[in-house]
Design a protein around this ligand. Structure first.
Ligand code: PLP
Length: 387
C-alpha cells in the first residue's frame, strides 16, 4: 500500500490484495515479480539496495508475502518458510532451549506431534499433552519456571476441537510462557489470534492461505517486533526459507482468501446437514453445530466455522476406509484447504505417526476438506460414498 494510505485502516480483503504488494517501482508491474535470484549487486562494500544481500537472508518476493501475512494476522512481523513444519521448528528452537517444557494439545496435526515426540524430544525439549479446550487442564500441565510455550491448534486437526484463545493467553501469561496458535484451519479471515492475546501464529500456508494445492509453505507471525527480530535471526541462521516462486504462488492464493473461505464455509454447512441426518454416520465433528462442546467459544472468536468437517462412521474402521475409497469428487488424499474437496482416513494417513500416543485418533474417523465446487455435486458424491 502506498505511504499515503498506510495509516488508513483497511478491510481484510484490501490488505490481502495490497499489503506488501506495491506496484513494482522499476516497471509498475501490479503484482510483485518473482525475484528468482540468490545474490544482489552492492554499491560499494556494504552498500545494499533496499537491504538485500543474499536470498536466504531476504528476497523481495518473500518480503511481499511476509508483509502481507503480518498485516492479515495483525502482527508486528511475518516470516515465510519452506513448510509449516520448518516454521514450527524455527519457532521452537528460537524460544526454547534443551531442558525447557512445552504444553502441547492432545489433538493436533500428526506431523506437529512427531516434531515434538521424535525430533525435539531428542534435543531435550520436554512436552506434556493437555486438552486445549480445557484451560484448567492446560494450567495443570504447566511446570512453573520450566514451561516456555503453550501450543494450541484451534480448530484442531482432525477432531475440530476449539480452544478459547483469550483464556489460554491468560493462562500462558500467568506462567510467563508464550501462547502459540496454529491458525491453519481457520485462516486469518475467520480468526485473528493475536488480537485475542496470542503471542505467535503458526501457519501451514500449504493449506487455505495458498489455497490451490500447488505449493508447500509455512509462516510465523509475531505480535511483538522484538520477538519477530529474534525469529528472523533464526530463520536466516537455520535457513529453511520459502523460495521466491513458492512465495509468489502463496501470495497469489492469499489474494482470494476471503472469497474462497466464504464458499468453503457455506459448502461445509451443506455437507454437515447431509451427515447429521445420515444413518451411516455415528457423530459429526464441526464447531458450527450447537451441540459441539466448543460452539460458544467458536461463535465468540470466529467469523464462521471453516471448511473442515470430520465424522465417525457407524460401521467402524473398515466402513470408514470404504467411504474414503468410494468417494470420487472428494479426492482421496492428504492435505487440506485447497479449492478441491479432499477426503482422508486420519488414522491411516495424516495421523498415522500419532498411533499408540496420547494423540492417537479414532479408527472410525473420516476427515473432509470441503472445497469450493458446486455444493450439490459434493453432497451427491458423499451420499453415494456413504452407501
Ligand atoms: C494444522 C497443521 N499445522 C501444521 C502443518 C504442517 O505444515 P506443512 O505440511 O506445510 O509442513 C499441517 C499439515 O498438514 C497442519 O495441518
Amino acid at each position: 500500500m502506498s505511504d499515503a494510505n498506510a495509516n488508513i485502516p483497511h478491510g481484510f480483503e484490501t490488505l490481502a490484495i495490497h499489503a506488501g504488494q506495491e506496484p513494482d517501482p522499476l516497471t509498475g508491474a501490479v503484482v510483485p515479480p518473482i525475484y528468482q535470484v540468490s545474490t544482489y549487486k552492492q554499491d560499494g562494500v556494504g552498500g545494499l539496495r533496499g537491504g538485500y544481500e543474499y536470498s536466504r537472508s531476504a528476497n523481495p518476493t518473500r518480503t511481499a508475502l511476509e508483509e502481507c501475512v503480518a498485516a492479515l494476522e495483525a502482527g508486528a512481523r511475518g516470516l515465510a518458510f519452506a513448510s509449516g513444519l520448518a516454521a514450527e521448528d524455527c519457532l521452537l528452537r528460537t524460544v526454547c532451549k534443551p531442558g525447557d517444557h512445552v504444553v502441547i494439545p492432545n489433538d493436533a496435526y500428526g506431523g506437529t506431534f512427531r516434531l515434538f515426540a521424535k525430533v525435539l524430544d531428542r534435543w531435550g525439549l520436554e512436552w506434556t499433552p493437555a486438552q486445549s479446550g480445557d484451560a484448567d487442564a492446560v494450567r495443570r500441565a504447566i511446570r512453573p519456571g520450566q514451561t516456555k510455550v503453550v501450543w494450541c491448534e484451534t480448530p484442531s486437526n482432525p477432531l475440530l476441537g476449539v480452544a478459547d484463545i483469550e483464556q489460554l493467553a491468560g493462562v500462558a501469561r500467568e506462567a510467563g510462557a508464550l501462547l502459540v496458535v496454529d491458525n491453519t484451519f481457520a485462516s486469518p479471515y475467520l480468526q485473528q489470534p493475536l488480537t485475542l492475546g496470542a503471542d505467535v501464529i503458526v501457519h501451514s500456508t500449504t493449506k487455505y492461505m495458498g489455497g490451490h494445492s500447488d505449493v508447500v509453505g509455512g509462516a510465523l507471525v509475531a505480535a511483538d517486533a522484538e520477538l519477530g527480530e529474534q525469529l528472523a535471526y533464526h530463520q536466516n541462521a537455520m535457513g529453511a526459507v520459502a523460495g521466491p516462486f513458492d512465495a509468489w504462488l502463496t501470495l497469489r492464493g492469499i489474494r482470494t482468501l476471503g472469497v474462497r473461505m466464504d464458499r468453503h464455509c457455506a459448502n461445509a454447512e451443506k455437507i454437515v446437514e447431509l451427515l447429521r441426518g445420515h444413518k451411516a454416520v455415528a457423530e459429526v465433528l464441526y464447531p458450527g453445530l450447537p451441540g459441539h462442546p466448543g460452539h460458544d467459544v467458536a461463535v465468540k472468536q470466529m467469523k464462521a466455522f471453516g471448511g473442515m468437517v470430520s465424522f465417525r462412521v457407524a460401521g467402524g474402521e473398515n466402513a470408514a476406509v470404504e467411504v474414503c475409497n468410494r468417494a470420487k469428487l472428494f479426492t482421496l488424499g492428504e492435505s487440506l484447504g485447497g479449492v478441491e474437496s479432499l477426503i482422508e482416513h486420519p488414522g491411516r494417513m495424516t495421523h498415522a505417526s500419532a498411533a499408540g500416543s496420547p494423540l492417537e485418533v479414532p479408527a472410525d474417523l473420516v476427515r473432509l476438506s470441503v472445497g469450493i465446487e458446486t455444493a450439490e455435486d459434493l453432497v451427491a458424491d458423499l451420499e453415494r460414498a456413504l452407501g
